[in-house]
Design a protein around this ligand. Structure first.
Ligand code: ATP
Length: 732
């Protein structure tokens, strides 16, 4: 210590100067290490994706299968499928970012080389006590170069993050387009059993895949470039005092940064909140998929999820920009400012007054040795670090393969479901379903498709594809006609073997039967939610069929949105609906008071919590009157509404020309219907006109028939529906 103090005080001989050189050399190496540590902190600064579990499939046989994830032929095939979605072409911004990132990485490597040589020159200037050269290098050259150094390093981070965000945006939008195409979101969770957690895949795994891909690109490209450059350079070539000042500087810098830095912790919390909201919006689609599917609300839901996703993108973009600026100041202040200070501290003993008289002997030329050693050690450190990073990148590839497998499986299943193929374990290995299809095929002399060996084999594997579907849908206004239709659940359970009935506009029909007999399932087939395996269904277009469930779906949005769903405000204005018109609809269902109670049409609440069960059901009826379809499918939708208000609502529906197709066990509703379709719960049903004259008994048909086991006892066609009947219905 005394020796160092004596050096600082300027005393010393030739030996002392050699010691100074050694001190400078050690400090220089320490400084370089400090620099490398800073750089490592920078590289690791951006969050790396965590390990991902292998995708868990539920194959047709129902057992869980865990695929071994690795860099294999399947991984290559998956990447080939995903890359065109992530980077659609050489003119895309994503490709531009890849090129820019490669350019920045090359510049960064060049700067590393510059720094190694520069460091050697600074060391030489110090050791040879060349004050002018030192000032030119350490103050002017470095003072100039610290800006490109700082900007390049932070540009690297910015472009890695921007690339990840762009890839995520591409994949998420692609997934949304597929998932919310028609009623795919319903089919994914109700017909196909391969993926249980679409929300997590879209909201989390896609993001991790994008992050991982972007990091992997830079984490492999940079070391590769470094290895070539530093190996070449090395081949060409050859083949710390004042800690208190340093600590004080870091302390002061930390205080300054703490005061000028934006609250990144808070931003992270906000980001998590937005991510949570985004995920919640997706989970709502799964929870309410049936209702949304019946409403045809896919488009509206896509708007909502895209909007909430856009909020995340906007937020992250803002934060990245702040991180970039903050990173520049951070680097200048803590990293390069500290480096300058370190140079000063290292140089202080050399330029101290006590060193003025002596010079290092030429024979040893220690200055050149110092310069070469310092520069070459820089090359060597960079080279070994590049190799180390490449080894680490190898480990990251396995993790990346996990994300790739999950995202690729999501897109495969979306593709399948969109083209009418789904997989799930079928009851009795699909045998009963196959026999029904064979029977229908024989009846219709259809030798191909349904009932064929190939279809039977696919069904036995739990695969239902378009070749198994021989049903026909015909669109026609004013009629719902089921002709020899089997009612089959998605897992192949046959609820009704052969259903035939016909109702026309004005023929209000009630459906009854024990729980689980297939009443709602009939609507699922009518609404195209479940596949039509055989027979034919004649019905109006989707917008003329309106479904009102027992638990109404209340979308995110304003009070007005609850009435007009799945329309938005602009749609309703185009249809000529003012708020006054909507108020009149609420009057019909006795809910006018809600407008004032909930703070007006534009107030936004969690409507499922705010409204009572009966209020929710009446809001759903107001929605029905807003849309005024030809047929209303009412599935126990007034179970929580008082009988008098229920009567008013049913009468209003009839007045405005909506034909009712109701599932209910409430006797109070019988008087509003003219026909009864009754399932017996054992595959049989009965359809006939209701006889109200005999006291409105639910099971008293006009034709005097009792419930029938097995098959249709009576199907009322338009022929048997006489003019008298129509007049009676109209009068009602
Ligand atoms: N997504 C599905 N996948 C497989 N089976 C289903 C699905 N949805 C319903 N089912 C089955 O179909 C059968 C009929 O259901 P459905 O909802 O049509 O009954 P329901 O007659 O309306 O009964 P409830 O009066 O209780 O409402 C039930 O056994 C049910 O478990």
């Amino acid at each position: 210590m005394a020796h160092v103090l004596s050096l600082l005080q300027g005393g010393g001989s030739h030996r002392s100067k050699t010691t100074v050189a050694v001190v400078v050399l050690v400090a220089s190496i320490a400084l370089r290490k400090l620099h490398q540590q800073w750089r490592a902190t920078q590289t690791n600064g951006s969050a790396k994706p965590t390990a991902s579990a292998a995708p868990t499939n539920v194959p047709a046989n129902g057992t869980k299968k865990r695929r071994r994830i690795g860099v294999d032929a399947q991984f290559i095939a998956e990447i080939k499928k995903l890359l065109p979605v992530c980077i659609p072409g050489v003119r895309s911004p994503e490709f531009g970012l890849l090129v820019a990132l490669a350019g920045i990485l090359v510049v960064r490597s060049w700067l590393d080389i510059w720094f190694s040589s520069f460091n050697g020159m600074v060391v030489k200037a110090i050791v040879s006590r060349d004050r002018a050269r030192f000032i030119a290098k350490a103050v002017f050259e470095f003072g100039f170069m610290m800006w490109p150094l700082s900007i390049v390093n932070n540009s690297l981070k910015l472009s890695i993050n921007a690339l990840a965000l762009r890839i995520r945006s591409r994949l998420t939008r692609y997934a949304h387009d597929q998932y919310l195409n028609g009623i795919t979101f319903y089919k994914m969770s109700n017909l196909d059993s391969r993926i249980q957690n679409v929300d997590q895949l879209i909201a989390q795994d896609v993001s991790k895949f994008a992050d991982s891909l972007s990091h992997l690109y830079s984490d492999t490209l940079k070391p590769v470039v470094d290895i070539f450059l530093f190996a070449y350079k090395l081949g060409q070539a050859i083949g710390g005092g004042a800690p208190l000042a340093m600590v004080s500087y870091f302390f002061v810098s930390a205080v300054i940064l703490r005061n000028i830095s934006p609250p990144f912790g808070k931003y992270t919390a906000v980001e998590q909140g937005l991510e949570g909201q985004f995920r919640y919006n997706h989970s709502r689609i799964i929870t309410h998929s049936e209702e949304i599917a019946f409403y045809g609300g896919g488009q509206r839901e896509r708007e909502l999820v895209n909007k909430s996703f856009q909020r995340i993108v906007d937020h992250i973009r803002r934060v990245y920009k702040m991180r970039f600026l903050n990173g520049v100041f951070d680097s200048v202040l803590v990293k390069y400012g500290a480096t300058m200070l370190a140079y000063y501290l290292l140089a202080r003993p050399v330029f101290g007054s006590g060193y003025g008289g002596d010079s290092v002997t030429e024979a040893m030329d220690p200055t050149q040795i110092m310069e070469d050693y310092s520069r070459n050690s820089g090359f060597l450190i960079n080279l070994s670090q590049a190799v180390g990073r490449l080894v680490l990148a190898g480990r990251d590839i396995t993790r990346f393969a996990g994300y790739t497998a999950r995202v690729s499986e999501l897109f495969t299943v979306l593709d399948d479901v969109n083209t009418g193929t789904y997989q799930r374990p079928l009851v009795e290995g699909g045998e009963e379903l196959a026999s029904i299809l064979a029977q229908h095929a024989a009846q219709s002399d259809d030798a191909s498709g349904a009932g064929s060996e190939q279809t039977d084999m696919l069904l036995s594997q739990g695969v239902v594809n378009p070749s198994a579907l021989r049903g026909e849908v015909v669109h026609q206004d004013g009629v719902i006609d089921f002709n020899h239709v089997p009612v089959v659940t998605p897992n192949g359970d046959v609820l009704v073997r052969d259903l035939t009935f016909r109702i026309e506009s004005g023929m209000n029909c009630l459906i009854t039967g024990p729980n689980g007999c297939g009443k709602s399932s009939l609507f699922r087939i009518l609404g195209d939610l479940w596949p039509l395996f055989a027979g034919s269904v004649v019905k109006p277009r989707a917008q003329e069929l309106f479904y009102v469930p027992q638990k109404p779906y209340l979308p995110l949005g304003t009070f007005r949105d609850q009435i007009i769903y799945p329309h938005n405000h602009v749609d309703s204005l185009k249809l000529g609906y003012t708020d006054d018109n909507l108020r009149n609809l609420l009057k019909v269902v006795h809910l006018e008071y809600l407008i004032a109670r909930e703070g007006g049409w534009n107030s936004t609440r969690d409507w499922a919590d705010v409204l009572s069960g009966g209020e929710k059901q009446r809001v759903a009826m107001a929605r029905l009157f807003y849309h005024r379809p030809q047929f209303a499918i009412l599935d126990e939708c007034t179970s929580a509404v008082s009988v008098d208000v229920e009567g008013i609502m049913y009468n209003h529906a009839k007045q405005v020309g909506i034909t009712l197709f109701t599932v209910s066990h409430r006797t109070s509703l019988f008087k509003h219907h003219d026909y009864l379709l009754r399932f017996d719960g054992e595959g049989g049903y009965h359809f006939d006109r209701l006889n109200h004259e005999d006291g409105n008994t639910p099971f008293q048909f006009q034709h005097g028939k009792s419930a029938y086991q097995g098959e249709s006892s009576q199907s009322v066609t338009s022929d048997s529906y006489s003019d008298d009947d129509k007049q009676a219905t109209a009068a009602a």
